[in-house]
Structure formats: C-alpha cells, structure tokens
Design a protein around this ligand. Structure first.
Ligand code: BG6
Ligand code: GLC
Length: 899
C-alpha cells in the first residue's frame, strides 16, 4: 500500500475520519499498480502495432533516433528549445537557444510572449527564428554554418529525424509548426538535423560513459516518456534492423477507460473542469499542471465546513506550493502560508493534514509513473529476449527535481514492479544538452552513412556493368576456344573428353576420390538399375591439413593413398581393384579421359612438384610407393564436370555444371566444331571453363576495388584467379574483413577502435557469411555470432557488419549470375534457338548454404539471359558420384571396344 501515515495531532478544521476517507481513493496498492503496468503494456503494444496504431491511446511515435550517444559526438550544434508554459523555478535557465559544443552549454533566454503560443503558428516560428539569429550574432563567431536540433515538446508525427508535423499539445501550446521554419537567417546557414521531443532530449543528455541510458522520462507541466525500442517491433516504420527511439505519449493512457478503476472523484472533477475533458487522463494524475488542482479539490472537500472563495477558484493551488509543502523541514510553514492565502486560518493539525494531502497526491503520481516506467523496461527486457535488463533512465521536469520523495518512491516501486530490470534513475541536465547530443549523433550518423555509402558503393553493380561482365566473359570464351587465341584468353576452356551425359545404362561398382573442395572424400559408388535403387554411395571424409596441401607433392599423394587404403580396409575391400574416377578440382590440361596435366594450383593448395605433371601419374606413383595395393584410375574429372554428370543422371537436360564453394567454376556442353583446340567437327564435348581465372589478363580491372586488390595480394596466388576471388567462399570473408577494417578506420565501426581479432586474416569463413544473413535472425543473434569471433560489437556495429556481408555476397552472386548468363546464351546461340531450356547442376557450400545467394544468381540470369529458361538443380551427392558415372561410361566404352 502506498499508505499515508496520518498521525492525529489535535482537533483542527478536519476530522481525522474525514481525512482518511478523503485520501482513501488516492491510495493505490502494489497489486493495483501491477494492474496499471499490465494495461500500460497492452496499450504500448497497440501503439506499436501497425493495425491498431492510428487509434491507440498510447501513440508510440517513432522519433527516428537510432542510437544513443557513444561519446564520440564532436562538433558544434545549436539547440533551440521552444516550449510551453514553463514550470522552471526562477533560478533555472528558462527556454531559449543553446549552443552545444563539446558538451559546453551557453544559454541566452528571450522570453516567448504568451500570445504567440495560442496565435498563428508562423508568428511563433518567425519569433524563434529571430531569437536564433540574435543568439548566433551575439556569439561573434566566424562560423556561419550550423546544424540545428529543435526540441519541441508536443505530440509530433515524425517521418524523419528532421521533419515533423505537430498537433496542439496538452501543455498549453496551440501553434503548429514544421521543420521548414528557418527561412533565411541572414548570413547563417542552418541545417535542421533533428527535431526532438523533450523526453528524447532528456534521454540523450545522459553521460554516455556511465553505461547505456535508453529511457527518457519527463514529469513537468506534462508527463511523457521515450525509450529505445527494437525497430522490428515499431511496425509503423519500415526498418527492421537495430533500434528506434519511440516517444510513448503516455499522457493519454487511460483515455479509453483503462484507468477507470483507478481514477478518484477528484480526478473526475478536475477532468470535467479542464480544457480537454476525457483526455490525457494519465497525465492529469501525474504532472505538474494538474497536481495543484487535485490538491485543491481534496481541500475543498475536507474544508467544506469553512467557506473560502479562493479555494473554489481554479488554479489557486500551484505545483510549486505543493512541492514546498511536501518538504519535511519547511513544509508545515508553507502549508500555513498557502492555507492562509486561500483564506483559511489553519491550526497545526490543518497544516499537517494539508502536508499529508500533498504527499498523498505526489506519491500517487510517483506510483503511477513507476507503473508506466516498469511497463517500458519490462517491454524492453522481453523484446530483447534478455533475462535481465540494465539501463539508466534519464529523468527531468520540475516534479522530479523539486520533490526528493518522488524520485525515491519512483525508484523503489519500479524495482518492485519490474524486478527483472536494474533501473537507475539519473537526473538529466535538462534537454538542451540532449538536443545537442541528438544533433551530434544525427550528424555523426549522417557523416558515417556517407562514408559507408562511399565505401560500399564501390561494390555495387549496376545492370549495365553486369551486362559488361557477361559480354567480356563471352569474348574470353571465344578467345579460349580458338587455338590461335587460346593463350590470350584468361579462361582456359579445357576439353574434358566427356562427350555425353549419362543415359541410365551405366552399371557396376566404382571407387571415387573427391579432392579440392572443403572435404577430401573417398567413395564406393554402386551404380545399379533404377529398380535396384539406382546409385548407392558409401563415403568417408578425410582431412588434408594445410601443411600437406602446401608441402611436397609426394607427401600429398602419399596421404591420399593412405586415405584410400584406410577406406578400403574399413569397407573390407582390400585386395579388390575397382575402376576409379578421380574428381580433382583444379585446372588440368587433358589429352584423354585418364590423364590430366596440372596447370596450376588454386584455392588453398600449393604442393610442390605437381604443376606440369600428370596428376593420375602422380597418384599411380604414390600407390607404387605403398607397394601393397593396385588402383585402376579410368577418369580424371573436374568437380564442375562431376556435378554436371551427377545431376545429368537425374535430369538429361543438365548440360551445365556450376560450382560456388571454396572456389568457383563452370563447365558446359560445347559444339565440337567450336573447339578449335581439338580435332573433330561432330557432336559435343564438355568444356571445363576454369572461369575462376577470368580477368587474370586485366580485362576485369575496372571492377576490382581496393579490397579485392588487397585480398589478391595477400593470397597464395597473387594476380591469379581474380574472378574467383570476387565470388567464392574462400575469399568473401576476407573481403568483408578488409572493408570492416576500412570502416573502422573511418570511425564508422567499433567506435573507431579495431580489435586485434579483426586484424586476423581468415577469421570470417563462408559459414559465417551464411549465418549472419539468415532470414529472421534477431540482431542479438548477429551480435552473438560476432562475439563468438571475438569481436565486441554494439547493436549498430552488427547492423553495419550485416550490411557489409550483404553487399559483398550480393556482388558475388550477381557476378556469378552474369557469368552463367554468358554460358547459357552461348549454348542457345550455338544451337540457333530462339529459346533455350537448360538445367544447370550446382554444388558448393556458398551456393547451397547462403540464404540469398542462389536466388540472386537466378534473378541475375533471368535478367541477363531472357531467352533462356534456366533450371538450377542442386547436386545431392557431390561430384564423386559424377566421377563414378564417368568411370562407368568409360568402362562400358572400353568393353565395347574390346568386344
Ligand atoms: C562438392 C564436390 O559437392 O562440392 C566437390 O563433391 C567440390 O568436389 C565441392 O569441390 C565444392 O564445394 P566446396 O564448398 O566444398 O568447395
Ligand atoms: C577452382 C579450380 C577449379 C574448380 C573450382 C571449384 O577454381 O581451379 O578447377 O572447379 O575451384 O572447386
């Protein structure tokens, strides 16, 4: 119970019994306050929801402030305050323009003539403009350009941080206004960067170094609050990322009857006699403009036996009197003075009773305020999915400031009403500093946005640029296919000696190796009839440690043979010699199906003594070194080819193989007559494009950003695989990391301080890029992913990191799409078709696991190859299956040739 201890003294004007009866309606139990909190939460939900926002009593107006100060706000900004009937005691600075400069405040205070508040809006704003001009002139500063933050304590519908339209507020203001009121200000150029509510200014005035302050509360002539809500819950704005400050406008809470069981007869009397009956019911129980009236109505009832005309006059008890009367030391004397002024000769007991009345009214106000505040912090805690929330609440307004008991009661009750939250009330220094902070934050964010846009703009590709990439690849393909120009082309267009896709008649048991992707696998592939289950696979994954991938070639091939031996032992196959298909995902010049000269290592491999050698021979030599088993290698296959064959087994129109994983590449069925590097005119052959090297001859130079160049320079193979380095999983994380370093350097991230972790090459892997972009991932989870990497991020940081990942991955997908478009268009033209229907078999972790990559590739292909209807079929079993199928075909052909 928020009880009032009424001690009998001696008999005065009021009987004790009357006193208790009169104050009873003001006593709110903790249970009642919990109920009020619950209803406030419901009202807040209605205000936040798009469906109910327009008729909600608690309006929950977005303020377009997305972050609280982080202590880096620099520069100068002017804050102009234009507010209504002021409750400031004479010694406090009255409203007026304030220059904010690195937290230094200077005030100049022209009084606003009362008439302006109720008259034509343009007059008020012309007056404010003149004040501002005089204020700036008085500073004698050489500077002529200023950014302005404007505190406007009325209910405003904002569409941006610098644009509002106002409706008349309860605190007495009648003049509507807009951000465009400045017009010309002599020699000054003023840019309005923020229009803020006083609650927002209060919240933003808090010391950034004392931990997060994400709630602002004003208990002045009126009452209102604001807090940093999760943007995705503020349904009336488009943003779903990060946070957005919401001004609750809670003064109107209860206008729909939600407080009917809490309202006392005095509240009804006050409301009936007010300018706006039925409205602002919550405010009318709490704020300074009304507390005096509540006290007056109680006194009228208590002193009904005495006639005192002044007591019947509206406004005869002022908030200042009440606040002074509640003072333990001097309160009784003030009570006597006030009662006397009301025409009542009062006894000590009367003065004491008067003090109790004032305390009861103030404590009820604090209790209701606490219920509202508890609703806000509980909402924040729940919507952030936290078990505990810790925040400061910046509070301002004369009621809070002048009445110590008010803040104590507020603090205690919030603790009881929202036990899951650690709330510290902080007395704000007035909203002027906050306006400066908002202005500074707004201007910091605007400057940062510019930097971010400039940086990320380098990676954004217009449709015309994608068309250029498509055309360039087509050109390189033509060069690569012709014998005379092949050496000039950056894409090798390697013949594979595969002339047909599977026809379903393949049978037998085969061994397969799959080397070059994330995993090295050994597989046993049983190819049977459809009725007997088609293809069945048993496989084992082995690791290739970097020192083996980059050590002597003999060591790499010995390791591979050991893995095969281990697999055969596990499968009980030792001694059997099955035909083997070898998926070797590196560029190889083939002269037959079972021979491949390694042209260069790519991705993370760099084993010595292999380039220029036949890979099948290297494998056979390693087997010989082991001396205890035999291998029958019948085919060496690139992973793109394996994927195309594997998908072709299920879909005969699969004539393109695409890999977007650690590396990227494609193969497709080309007309033999176009393959100038081979004899023969009839039929088709699968060509391994090795498009990862596209651009190695400089033809893509215009598309490389400084980040791409840095990644290339730091790679194992500088100057090579330039297209792959824009697209594939092995490099995207590095591009992201380099951009993050640059943005940190520019002060847009991590408050300008790069963590040592961010300096670590390769900390971002493909799986990180995929998980951070997952749909519906709460920002909290994004933060958790980044924390796991050892990066300590703010909410804003994680939004920006996600944006960087999106831009980098989108560019990769679009470039890949442009390349696929070039391939399918070539197939269509080869065949002289108006319209081509073709399937692309796809594999690779980036394509398969990234939430948007596949869709962005497909969309680009649709745009750039409108005459091709392209189906993307994901390979389920990896290219090992394709290699086995190729081995099966080879065995069948060999059998036929022998027969
Ligand atoms: C797999 C193939 O399915 O995809 C591999 O079997 C291939 O041979 C790989 O290299 C590509 O994906 P990643 O992401 O593992 O490089
Ligand atoms: C690299 C290899 C290429 C392979 C691709 C996908 O680009 O050079 O042969 O197909 O990665 O794994």
């Amino acid at each position: 119970m928020i009880a009032n201890h009424i001690k009998p003294h001696h008999q005065g004007l009021v009987h004790l019994h009357n006193m208790q009866n009169s104050l009873q309606p003001l006593c709110l139990s903790l249970e009642t306050l919990h109920r009020v909190k619950g209803r406030m939460l419901e009202a807040m939900e209605r205000g936040l929801s798009r469906r109910t926002h327009s008729h909600a009593t608690v309006r929950m107006l977005p303020a377009f402030i997305r972050s609280t100060p982080d202590g880096t706000g620099k520069g100068q900004a002017v804050g102009a305050q234009g507010w209504g009937p002021s409750l400031y005691p004479p010694q406090a600075p009255p409203p007026g323009p304030v220059l904010w400069s690195a937290l230094e405040l200077r005030c100049q205070c022209p009084p606003i003539p009362a008439g302006l508040w109720l008259g034509e809006g343009s007059h008020l704003f012309a007056f404010l403009a003149t004040c501002l001009w005089e204020f700036l002139d008085g500073l004698h500063m050489p500077q002529t350009d200023f950014e302005l933050g404007f505190s406007f304590p009325f209910s405003c519908r904002q569409t941006r941080l610098d644009q509002v339209s106002a409706s008349p507020g309860p605190a007495g203001g009648g003049a509507g206004g807009r951000g465009g009121w400045l017009g010309s200000l002599g020699r000054y150029h003023i840019k309005v960067v923020a229009v803020v509510n006083d609650t927002t200014g209060t919240m933003m005035s808090c010391d950034a170094n004392a931990g997060p302050c994400e709630v602002g509360l004003v208990v002045d002539a009126g009452t209102n609050s604001c807090f940093m809500a999760e943007a995705r819950h503020v349904e009336v704005v488009e943003e779903s990322e990060g946070r957005m400050c919401v001004v609750t406008e809670w003064g109107s809470f209860g206008d729909d009857g939600a407080l009917n069981d809490v309202l006392s007869p005095y509240d009804h009397q006050l409301d009936q006699a007010s300018l706006n009956p039925g409205r602002h019911r919550f405010e009318k129980m709490i704020s300074g403009l009304y507390l005096g009236e509540i006290v007056r109505h109680i006194l009228t009832e208590l002193f009904s036996r005495r006639t005192a005309p002044a007591l019947l006059t509206k406004g005869s008890v002022q908030i200042q009197d009440i606040l002074e009367i509640t003072d333990e030391q001097f309160g009784l004397a003030t009570a006597r003075r006030v009662l006397r002024a009301l025409g009542l000769e009062a006894s000590d007991q009367d003065c004491f009773n008067m003090q109790q009345v004032c305390k009861a009214v103030c404590i009820r106000a604090a209790g209701l305020c606490a219920a509202g505040l508890a609703a806000i912090v509980s909402h924040m805690c729940r919507s952030r999915e936290l078990s505990r929330l810790k925040t400061s609440v910046a509070v301002d307004g004369v009621v809070f400031r002048a009445h110590a008991k008010f803040s104590q009661t507020l603090q205690q009750l919030v603790k009881q009403l929202a036990p899951e939250c650690d709330v510290t009330l902080v007395q704000a220094e007035g909203s002027s500093k906050g306006i400066g902070m908002v202005t500074a934050v707004a201007s910091r964010l605007a400057a940062q946005r510019l930097q971010v846009n400039q940086t990320l703009g380098l990676l954004q590709l217009l449709p015309a640029s994608l068309g250029t990439v498509q055309a360039l690849l087509r050109q390189e393909m033509e060069l690569g296919l012709k014998k005379e120009t092949n050496a000039r082309s950056s894409v090798r267009m390697l013949p594979t000696y595969i002339c047909a896709t599977p026809d379903g008649s393949e049978r037998g048991d085969f061994l397969a190796l799959d080397l070059g992707g994330t995993n090295f696998r050994v597989l046993l592939v049983k190819v049977g009839s459809w009725e007997r289950g088609g293809v069945q696979i048993v496989s084992e994954v082995y690791s290739i440690p970097p020192h083996v991938a980059q050590g002597p070639g003999s060591q790499l091939f010995d390791h591979i043979v050991e893995c095969i031996a281990d697999f055969q032992t596990k499968q009980g196959m030792m001694g059997q010699t099955l035909p083997l298909g070898f998926t070797f995902s590196f560029p190889c010049q083939q002269t037959s199906l079972d021979q491949g000269i390694l042209l260069s290592w790519t991705k993370g491999f760099n084993a010595s003594g292999c380039v220029g050698q036949d890979v099948v021979k290297l494998l056979r030599e390693a087997v010989k070194r082991k001396n205890h088993f035999a291998l029958d290698v019948v085919a060496i296959v690139n992973d793109t080819v394996g994927t195309m064959m594997s998908c072709g087994y299920d879909d005969p129109s699969c004539e393109v193989g695409l890999i977007v994983g650690t590396g990227t590449n494609a193969c497709y069925m080309e007309e033999l007559r176009n393959v100038g590097t081979l004899a023969g005119e009839e039929g088709r052959m699968c060509i391994n494009m090795e498009w990862g090297a596209f651009g190695d001859n400089g033809c893509l130079d215009a598309f490389f950003t400084p980040f791409d160049r840095q990644v290339d320079e730091a790679s194992l193979n500088p100057g090579r695989q330039r297209f792959e380095k824009l697209i594939s999983g092995m490099y995207l994380g590095e591009i992201v990391r380099r951009i993050l370093l640059e943005l940190t350097d520019k002060g847009c991230l991590f408050r300008g301080h790069p963590s040592p972790k961010l300096q670590t090459p390769d900390i971002f892997q493909t799986k990180f890029l995929s998980s951070i972009e997952s749909d519906g991932l709460a920002l909290r989870q994004v933060c958790a992913i980044l924390e796991e990497l050892g990066l300590h991020v703010s909410c804003e940081d994680s939004v920006l990191v996600r944006e960087v990942c999106q831009v980098v991955a989108r560019r990769a997908a679009q470039l890949c799409g442009a390349a696929v478009a070039a391939v399918v268009e070539k197939i269509r033209e080869n065949r002289g078709l108006e319209q081509l229907a073709v399937t692309v078999g796809v594999d690779g972790t980036l394509y398969k696991l990234h939430p948007h990559f596949a869709q962005q590739v497909q969309e680009t292909v649709r745009q750039l190859a409108p005459c091709c209807s392209v189906t993307f079929l994901q390979s389920e079993d990896g290219s090992g299956k394709g290699a086995a199928l190729i081995a099966a075909v080879a065995c069948r052909v060999a059998r036929h040739q022998r027969a």
